[in-house]
Design a protein around this ligand. Structure first.
Ligand code: NAD
Ligand code: UGA
Length: 415
């Protein structure tokens, strides 16, 4: 199929690479020319396993010119939807992209489908996107189709999760557009659900809220376990046998970061409040998550004064496998340590460049040098941290790295 993808970020670029590999003709549009240049040279601007390899072997047209999407049968909108200052979801990029797509629709006489793949709050497609597209003078559902196709991939293994989706949710404004997406995904081995655009939008946000809540709940259980001398990971193992609870996403520690779980929970809270709903659980999920990162610092203070010490940080990415530091727990922790007067020495296998943009003033070094600090905090559970020599050190572990138990002083956040 002839497909255009608007936004060459984690979702857009991975979708472009995978759909190109499956034999589709892809045009990838972004406003960031530097990013496009890298991709055109077969280089991924983000650290994601398999992605560089696919980009070297497929042909993707990269462009900043929306005019190039004029013959696409499917147009995917994959731009960012960050939090605004109040925590609500900013739809600024989605609106801008919709306006630009409308200019193209104006020139077209054939039917194509505009698909919202960005995560958006319920109602966005019908209330914001379609009216903007219809400024082209064309009618949604007749002259062009509209779908919502939320993405469920996880960073660090994005290609794998795109290709092996847990489910495909097709929110269709008109059934012809839904049929076209069904055709695109016909070889994917995933359950497919067809529904309304609003429901599809809510399924995506609700999924991330459930995941976030699961993490905050196991962290709360973990905090209680620690104060009673109980191993929360053993408790989680026991819980996991119950299929209704499930064994995944029960790793207690310093909580969730990343570009999606925190902002999507904030977005649903804000959306709920607009109509007078009080999302009490979701508010607590965020509150607990915020406090959880700081437990590391509190535990450290039980063992030393922080002013004038050098604290080593192992791991800066919001999780292993990625160089993404958006809302990484490391940001909150480093901020607090600096306020307490500590000097920071940090190491991450791939995220140091990204972290330097947030904290240019701290030291970046090797894991061996980090281990020589007065105390070491494990913030991201990179595989290589499972093989370091922690003997003789003071270690506060936020991510359950078993090998670190050999340290002279070892404290787990929830164990
Ligand atoms: P990102 O920030 O990595 O990428 C967004 C891209 O859109 C950027 O390259 C930006 O330059 C580009 N862009 C912005 N405005 C544009 C415009 N008007 N025209 C063309 N390009 C434009 O974002 P992301 O992480 O890929 O997330 C995109 C959306 O997908 C978000 O709504 C997010 O919540 C959702 N999502 C993300 C993930 C993930 O793992 N990152 C997973 C599922 C869903
Ligand atoms: C998350 C969801 O898992 C994806 O399904 C979704 O598509 C995506 O958000 C999105 O909408 O962008 P991602 O942000 O890549 O994916 O990362 P996760 O694997 O969910 O981890 C998020 C955070 O939770 C990380 O900081 C991780 O360390 C933490 N986490 C995860 C825990 O603290 N405990 C766990 O048991 C699992």
């Amino acid at each position: 199929m002839r497909i255009s993808i608007i936004g060459a970020g984690y979702v857009g670029l991975v979708a472009a690479a995978c759909l190109a590999k499956l034999g589709n003709r892809i045009t990838l549009v972004d406003v960031d020319e530097e990013k496009l240049k890298l991709i055109a040279n077969g280089v991924s601007p983000i650290h994601e396993p398999e992605l560089d390899d696919i980009l070297r072997h497929v042909k993707i047209e990269t462009t900043a010119d929306y005019g190039r999407i004029a013959d696409s049968e499917l147009i995917f909108v994959c731009v960012g939807t960050p939090s605004d200052k109040e925590g609500a979801m900013s739809l600024e990029y989605v609106a801008k992209a919709s306006e630009r797509v409308a200019e193209v629709l104006k020139q077209r006489t054939d039917y194509c489908v505009v698909t919202v793949k960005s995560t958006v709050v319920p109602g966005t497609t019908e209330e914001r996107v379609i009216p903007l597209l219809e400024e082209s003078g064309k009618k949604a559902g007749t002259d062009f189709g509209v779908c919502v196709d939320p993405e469920f991939l996880r960073e660090g293994k994005a290609v794998y999760y795109y290709m092996n989706a847990s489910r495909i949710i097709i929110g269709e404004f008109d059934s012809r557009s839904g049929d076209m997406l069904m055709n695109l995904y016909k070889d994917f081995n995933a359950p497919v659900m067809r529904t309304t655009t609003r429901t599809a939008e809510m399924i995506k946000l609700a999924s991330n809220c459930f995941l976030a809540a699961k993490i905050s709940l196991i962290n709360e259980i973990g905090n209680i376990c620690k104060s009673h001398g109980i191993d929360t990971y053993e408790v989680a193992r026991g819980l996991g046998y119950d299929e209704r609870i499930g064994s995944k996403f029960l790793n207690s520690g310093i909580g969730f970061g990343g570009s999606c779980l925190p902002k999507d929970v904030r977005a649903l809270i804000a959306k709920a409040k607009q109509v007078g709903c009080e999302p009490e659980i979701l508010e607590q999920v965020l509150k607990l998550n915020d406090r959880q990162a700081l437990r590391m610092v509190e535990l450290l203070k039980r063992h030393m004064q922080l002013n004038g010490t050098t604290i080593g940080i192992l791991g800066l990415a919001f999780k292993p496998g990625t160089d993404d530091v958006r809302e990484s727990r490391a940001i909150r922790i480093v901020q607090t340590l600096i306020q307490e007067g500590a000097k920071i020495r940090a190491y991450d296998p791939v995220a140091m460049e990204a972290f330097k943009k947030v904290f240019p003033q701290i030291g970046y070094t090797s894991s061996e040098e980090v281990l020589k600090s007065d105390a070491v905090l494990i913030v991201t559970e990179w595989e290589e941290f499972k093989h370091l020599d922690y003997k003789g050190r003071i270690v506060i572990d936020g991510r359950r790295v078993e090998k670190a138990r050999e340290a002279r002083i070892y404290e787990g956040v929830c164990w």
